[in-house]
Ligand binder design. Structure first.
Ligand code: SF4
Length: 455
């Protein structure tokens, strides 16, 4: 289907005097209904930015060809559509299933403006912006370049993928959101760069399973600045670390390749912080939970990570009272938590979620036993936390300011994420502003928070 068979654009509205004419896109959509939905998404976005649809390639500023690569005949049709667009216009962006094999396309048409893969819809839009920037639109320009954010201006969540390939028995997220779909690294980095340019000082990387990033797209490379970047946890971390903001990693499971990222933390490229929800420490419970990553030798790995990066802070969450959890299994968890000395820990009593496999895996632990185990768990962790907090007294730590009220500022150190971890309460002779990063001398500590003065 070409632009000529798409519904006509809305009737033209005369542009205000002096305004530039809207750039025109010619669009070819080939392939299955999923590809058609992608085409609609791309066109909706571009129309909302003021681009017009051209009826012919030769009257357009740029041509987009959404290809299909399912069968050889579909590939041939895609290549011929690209050839036609090159002959009639010469400024062509290729996307869709065939875009997953860029070499095959580039071999035949080396002068394409860009080649992006399936569902890489943000990459297509970015390529169009580069080829022909949108005309100024007083309505669209009300939206800031970084989009509308619900977080304060100085930090932002950066989502790198959707869905999850794991099947933890207590969780129904994969049935709600489907399998892992990673965003191309170039798209993530462009979003991160926009956020930093808009004043964001801290990027919080999130997904359901951050260390699995890119597995679904076989770590495909995508263009970023003057280079190609792999969609891989290490590569993305290294690139994010060059943007000049704090980079904090959430939902990292202990896959072996996480080891590679620890030196980036030791070198100060990304924050020495890992949010690693481990959920349990008893091997038999972990097996029943069907947790990802090799958790059985976790203590050894944490020890090694701390040798490489001594100020690494690990936050984790645990579930007590998982179906069939015995007193002996719970005590394994207690011993582990005392030994591992994690900086921040959350504990939840198991709750059966409708439709989760875990509900059928063993006898439910009675509510009073769950509550008792949670109390014992938190007591064990409090001892660990108190010692770690006390060890920070006398240190000078960089602190990002989250709020200022009545002369007292509240912020967070590198070891604390917003909302879930502790705060640093800061007194200062000079006025501090939200988003400032200041050095604070720590003078006092309680179980969760630190207190000090700006130096
Ligand atoms: S890793 Fe497990 S708990 Fe997390 S979203 Fe995937 S299935 Fe759910």
């Amino acid at each position: 289907m070409t632009a000529s068979s798409l519904p006509p654009a809305s009737p033209p509205v005369l542009p205000p005097a002096g305004a530039k004419a809207a750039p025109k896109i010619s669009f070819v959509s080939l392939g299955c209904p999923k590809a058609l939905v992608d085409s609609e998404r791309i066109l909706t976005h571009l129309r909302a930015e003021g681009y017009e649809l051209a009826r012919r390639h030769d009257g357009a500023d740029v041509v987009i060809v959404n290809t299909c690569g399912f069968l050889d005949s579909a590939k041939a049709e895609s290549l011929s559509a690209i050839g036609e667009a090159m002959a009639e216009n010469g400024r062509v962006i290729v996307t869709g299933c065939m875009g997953a094999q860029p070499d095959e396309i580039r071999e035949k048409y080396p002068n394409l403006l860009a080649v992006t893969g399936p569902q890489a819809y943000e990459s297509v839009v970015a390529a169009v912006h580069e080829a022909v920037p949108p005309a100024h639109d007083p309505f669209f320009d009300l939206v800031p370049p970084q989009g509308v954010k619900l977080t304060p201006r100085h930090y932002a969540y950066l989502k790198i993928s959707e869905g999850c390939n794991n099947r933890c028995t207590f969780c129904i997220i994969p049935s709600l959101r489907g399998d892992l779909v990673s965003r191309p690294a170039g798209d993530v980095l462009r979003e991160a760069e926009k956020l930093v340019k808009a004043g964001v000082k801290e990027l919080l990387v999130v997904s359901q399973d951050t260390s699995a990033y890119g597995v679904d797209i076989r770590y495909a490379t995508s263009p970023w600045r003057d280079r190609e970047v792999r969609a891989k946890f290490y590569d993305l971390s290294a690139e994010l670390g060059q943007l000049g903001a704090w980079v904090r990693m959430h939902y990292v499971y202990p896959y072996p390749h996480v080891d590679e990222v620890i030196p980036l933390m030791a070198e100060g490229k990304i924050l020495p912080y890992l949010d690693m929800p481990l959920q349990h420490a008893s091997p038999s419970v972990l097996r029943r939970m069907r947790r990802p990553g090799n958790q059985e030798r976790q203590l050894e790995r944490i020890r090694r990570w701390r040798e490489i990066c001594p100020d690494l802070a690990i936050r984790s969450t645990f579930i007590v009272g998982f179906p069939g959890e015995t007193e002996a299994e719970f005590e394994e968890l207690l011993a582990w938590i005392r030994e591992a000395k994690l900086e921040r820990v959350g504990c939840f009593e198991f709750e059966p979620v409708g439709g989760a496999v875990a509900n059928t895996l063993g006898d439910l632990v009675p509510p009073e036993v769950k509550a008792e185990r949670k109390r014992r768990f938190m007591e064990a962790q409090q001892g660990v936390s108190a010692r770690l907090q006390k060890a920070r007294i006398g240190k000078r730590l960089p602190v990002i300011i989250d709020a200022v009220e009545g002369g007292i500022a509240k912020g967070r150190s590198k070891y604390d994420a917003p909302e879930i971890d502790g705060n640093v309460h800061v007194t200062s002779r000079r006025p501090l502003r939200v988003g400032d990063i200041v050095t604070v001398k720590i003078e006092r500590a309680d179980a969760y928070d630190l207190y000090g003065s700006a130096v």
